[in-house]
Design a protein around this ligand. Structure first.
Ligand SMILES: Nc1ncnc2c1ncn2[C@@H]1O[C@H](COP(=O)(O)OP(=O)(O)OP(=O)(O)O)[C@@H](O)[C@H]1O
Ligand SMILES: [Mg+2]
Length: 112
């Protein structure tokens, strides 16, 4: 099992969610976050004219998938989040040890 943590543009959230639902990938956690990448938060129109580091608003999504859906989920998120401009975000992939579905007590793949 993998946990996919993706930092994306807020404007792409609905598109990413719909694309994942279309692939049958159910379940996602979403958080409002702030961050910066290589450009240190300088937005395009400020490029080169600002020394201070700004935190730009981003969305963090967390999606847990079994091994069979992992590649599909990763590609789907990337395709849906992408605009080809700086600040499109990043996807982090973590090995996930276990999942427990609280209501039923199921564990592992069955609990996803
Ligand atoms: N190394 C990192 N560690 C943790 N979070 C990061 C890292 N790099 C980027 N992020 C998060 O991802 C968001 C978007 O990053 P961003 O897309 O600007 O990355 P980048 O490497 O600068 O790529 P690009 O050149 O396409 O802008 C950041 O605001 C931050 O929240
Ligand atoms: Mg950047």
């Amino acid at each position: 099992m993998k946990m996919i943590v993706a930092i994306i543009r807020p404007s792409r959230l609905e598109f990413v969610r719909d694309a994942l639902l279309n692939e049958g990938i159910l379940g996602m956690t979403v958080s409002d976050v702030r961050g910066y990448g290589r450009q240190k938060g300088q937005v395009e129109q400020y490029r080169g004219s600002r020394m201070q580091i700004d935190f730009l608003p981003k969305i963090k999504i967390e999606v847990v998938v079994g091994g069979n859906l992992f590649e599909k989920a990763l590609q789907t998120i990337r395709d849906a989040a992408r605009t080809d401009h700086i600040g499109d975000g990043k996807i982090f992939v973590l090995d996930l040890e276990n999942v427990v579905r609280i209501r039923t007590g199921e564990e592992g793949h069955e609990a996803i």
